[in-house]
Design a protein around this ligand. Structure first.
Ligand SMILES: *Cc1c(COP(=O)(O)O)cnc(C)c1O
Length: 385
């Protein structure tokens, strides 16, 4: 048996949707991308959705649209994929990290306040805080939003793990407590477009800016030109943008996958519930779901009782020998060689460091069978008891 930690599902409907775009007149810049944007934004309850070729580029244009640049600072969680931090560096800004809450693995609002109070004294309050919804569970957005008002920073939700998840009973992405929310459609995520991302927002101005930046900084709308039109071919480059566009093929796959989003999330919840039931007796800390959150369960992360990286490495190896491709999310970003070279020292984020010596992501994907799940549990029992 070979069990991956995550796996996408492609149905014959998905294939037909993509093929029908291939047979159509537009492979890019047609009407399927706007349809995907509308479908998703309407679902999560945000007025605007801007699709991109990855969540990484969505984070980049979100930062730019919020005015991040040289001399600014962005803060995020050390326990995330590197993209949540890199977006600051793309903009010429600096990055710093706020340690996690040990139970949710998300930015700790207590530590955020402490760090903000210090920053206020040194005049280094961040321009943006990127709250990562680790494993699919929302960060404490109400607390982060309150702090954003008190200290004056913008908030981006990195919801790459969390589409279909809820916070205070509402879908993540409605931006009630943030300026922009970003989703990823990489194949290991909840729904996929192969590569792809989307940013949602309540601000027409931010949406417009992100739309422009994802396509070279070019403006085509007549009533938004700076100069008089030279002719019917006329367009203007008004900012330095990029080619971060999603293709029509990707959007067609996204629209088709979206039909199964709720099913996928409920299936992930069900599998997670079953893991928690079956692993109850083992010497492990199981995922904690806060009362305000309904997790999309992109990941099912269990932790050893003690931080011990060597023991963890041995466990990983033993799992792999049994054909179970457990994974580890994530190496603390400040520990990456690139970030070390910038002067970061991982011991400054003790909860992140402790987490890194304890956490394992067990296989979890909607097509996982009972037999596969039972096998993972049996192997785990054998390894731990
Ligand atoms: C996957 C992921 C990203 C990047 O997504 P891409 O679509 O691959 O660019 C960013 N942040 C987090 C937390 C992720 O898990």
């Amino acid at each position: 048996m070979r069990i991956p930690y995550g796996r996408h599902e492609i149905t014959s409907e998905d294939i037909e949707a993509v093929v029908s775009v291939l047979r159509s007149d537009f492979l890019t810049q047609g009407d399927v991308v706007p349809k995907f944007e509308e479908t998703l934004a309407q679902y999560v309850g945000a007025p605007y959705g801007v699709a991109t070729n990855s969540a990484t580029s969505a984070l980049h244009v979100a930062c730019l649209a919020l005015g991040l640049g040289k001399g600014d600072v962005l803060w995020t969680s050390p326990i995330t994929f590197v993209a949540s931090a890199n977006c600051a560096l793309y903009c010429g800004a600096q990055v710093d990290f706020v340690d996690i809450d040990p139970e949710s693995f998300n930015i700790s609002p207590v530590k955020l306040r402490e760090k903000l109070e210090l920053a206020r004294k040194n005049d280094t309050v961040p321009k943006i805080v990127v709250a990562v919804h680790m494993a699919g569970q929302s960060s404490d957005m109400r607390a982060i939003f309150d702090l954003s008002r008190e200290f004056g920073f913008a908030v981006i939700e990195d919801a790459s793990h969390a589409i279909g998840g809820r916070y205070l009973g509402e879908l993540i992405g409605n931006c009630r407590f943030s300026d922009v929310t970003v989703f990823s459609f990489h194949p290991v995520k909840i729904i996929t477009t192969a590569e792809g991302g989307m940013a949602t927002t309540r601000s027409a101005k931010i949406a417009e800016r992100m739309r422009m930046l994802r396509s070279h900084g070019i403006e085509r709308r007549e009533d938004h030109m700076r100069d008089a039109a030279h002719g019917p071919w006329y367009y203007e480059q008004q900012a330095l943008g990029y080619n971060y566009r999603m293709t029509e093929l990707q959007a067609a796959l996204g629209v088709s996958q979206f039909d199964r989003l709720e099913f996928y999330v409920s299936k992930r919840q069900e599998l997670a519930g079953k893991y928690s039931q079956l692993l109850r007796a083992l010497p492990l800390d199981l995922p904690w779901q806060g009362p305000d959150a309904y997790s999309a369960f992109h990941l099912y992360v269990v932790r050893l009782k003690q931080s011990d990286r060597e023991r963890l490495a041995n466990l990983h190896l033993a799992f792999r020998k049994a054909g179970i491709l457990v994974n580890l999310h994530y190496i603390p970003v400040p520990m990456q060689p690139y970030y070390r070279d910038l002067g970061f020292q991982a011991q400054n984020w003790p909860c992140a460091l402790d987490y890194y010596g304890r956490a394992i992501s067990l296989p979890l994907y909607p097509t996982m069978t009972d037999e596969q799940q039972n096998y993972v549990v049996d192997v785990f029992k054998e390894l731990l008891l």
